[in-house]
Design a protein around this ligand. Structure first.
Ligand SMILES: Nc1ncnc2c1ncn2[C@@H]1O[C@H](COP(=O)(O)OP(=O)(O)OP(=O)(O)O)[C@@H](O)[C@H]1O
Ligand SMILES: [Mg+2]
Length: 377
């Protein structure tokens, strides 16, 4: 679970407060303030950047402390209150519920139950939705991964809210394939992992008018690639996952932390290859590495691009045997359409939707979203 919520902790004990802050941090919650008493709470909550959650340790003196904070849940009904106490007196519990406290958490904390309470809270704040994350991995330079990523995203965007992230940080071409030069890039939503928030991301995502794909481009300046980091990406996926139905990532064949995270977070890792020996060899090594990472076969899909019915260098059956995976999709070779789309800066699923290559990628999109479509090979 990863929850993007702001919270305030009230606890007289320094160590407890810090422990709670660390625990919440592992779920992605941001602790706006840690207070030793509830006295300043009212003032803090009336500010513009109020938290969504306030956690108050009522001990010692639970009954008196509950009275102190009792008016707050009604006053701030957009804020959820969790109260903690060692005292499990039914009257105290009833009183807390009457006052509008969302959760009464008995101390010492049962982590599992507390996590479940945070999950319930996340769903109350509309945080439970998760986009389907499709990670596109090339197996060799120029195999067509970006073409697949852009056209797949454009095709999915026809019926679903779709984002496309360019994780080819140095050479990525996603922006160009849509003829866009966004003002903000992925580097701008990374500055500090703590600060990736929804509004910042909203500003950084450039929506391509014709397709409705929301694009997060690679950094413009080469040196800005170094600002992109794994903790920032984890948070990015968590937030973007709640804003969209589908998130497509134009990735790289790498096990660096950013790419491993992406592989692990993905619902589908789409491995793009061509039927030639170098591509097949790379695919084989990479699939083996992913297996060692614990990625299950149902999360890996092999897509052969630039497929021709006759004249491949390596037999598809041979490839399937080497990878221990079936080829999921064959995208036909159509250089004229593919290069025209790049030069014009518009995905071919939009500019020539009737072409075989477009139809093929649209069907791939449908099948990834769960429709039973099989490809006539
Ligand atoms: N199905 C296809 N049929 C014919 N040509 C294609 C096809 N798919 C992609 N191409 C062409 O292959 C070239 C490389 O495509 P693309 O940039 O999508 O690949 P890539 O794997 O992202 O490359 P890079 O290694 O630069 O990231 C382009 O010229 C593109 O037009
Ligand atoms: Mg590419």
């Amino acid at each position: 679970m990863h929850v993007q919520l702001n919270c305030v902790i009230v606890d007289p004990d320094d160590t407890n407060r810090q422990e709670m802050a660390n625990f919440l941090g592992t779920f992605g919650l941001t602790v706006l303030a840690q207070l030793s008493s509830a006295d300043q709470l009212d003032q803090l909550l009336s500010r513009g950047d109020a938290p969504q959650l306030v956690i108050v340790n009522l001990d010692p003196g639970a009954i008196g402390n509950l009275q102190k904070v009792g008016h707050l849940p009604r006053q701030y009904h957009n804020i959820s209150f969790f109260v903690l106490s060692q005292i499990l007196d039914p009257n105290l519990l009833m009183e807390a519920m009457h006052l509008g406290v969302r959760e009464f958490v008995p101390l010492p904390i049962n982590e599992q139950k507390f996590t479940a309470a945070l999950e319930r809270l996340a769903s109350v704040h509309g945080m439970s939705k998760r986009a389907k994350l499709i990670n596109i991995i090339p197996t060799i330079g120029g195999c067509g991964a970006t073409t697949v990523a852009c056209n797949l995203a454009a095709s999915l965007a026809q019926s679903r809210k779709t984002a496309l992230i360019d994780l080819d940080l140095v050479c990525g071409g996603v922006g160009g394939y849509f003829d866009m030069r966004p003002r903000y890039t992925i580097a701008d939503v990374m500055q500090s992992a703590e600060r990736v928030d929804r509004q910042l991301l909203d500003n950084a995502l450039a929506v391509h008018k014709k397709t409705n794909v929301a694009i997060l481009s690679r950094p413009d300046l080469m040196e800005d690639t170094q600002r992109v980091n794994q903790p920032g990406l984890v948070r990015l996926y968590s937030i973007i996952g709640r804003m969209f139905d589908c998130v497509v990532v134009d990735s790289a064949m790498s096990l660096d932390p950013m790419y491993s995270t992406t592989i692990q977070s993905a619902d589908v890792n789409l491995i793009v290859m061509q039927l030639n020996v170098p591509s097949a060899k790379n695919a084989e090594r990479f699939v083996a590495a992913m297996r060692r990472m614990g990625i299950e076969s149902n999360k890996m899909k092999i897509v052969v691009n630039r497929f021709v019915k006759k004249g491949w260098d390596i037999d598809p059956v041979e490839v399937e045997r080497a990878l221990g995976l079936k080829i999921s999709w064959l995208i036909p070779n159509d250089f004229k359409t593919a290069i025209a789309a790049i030069n014009y800066g518009e995905p071919f699923v939009v500019s020539s939707p009737k072409s075989e290559i477009s139809q093929c990628i649209m069907d791939l999109g449908q099948s990834l979203m769960g429709r039973q479509i099989s490809q006539a090979a």
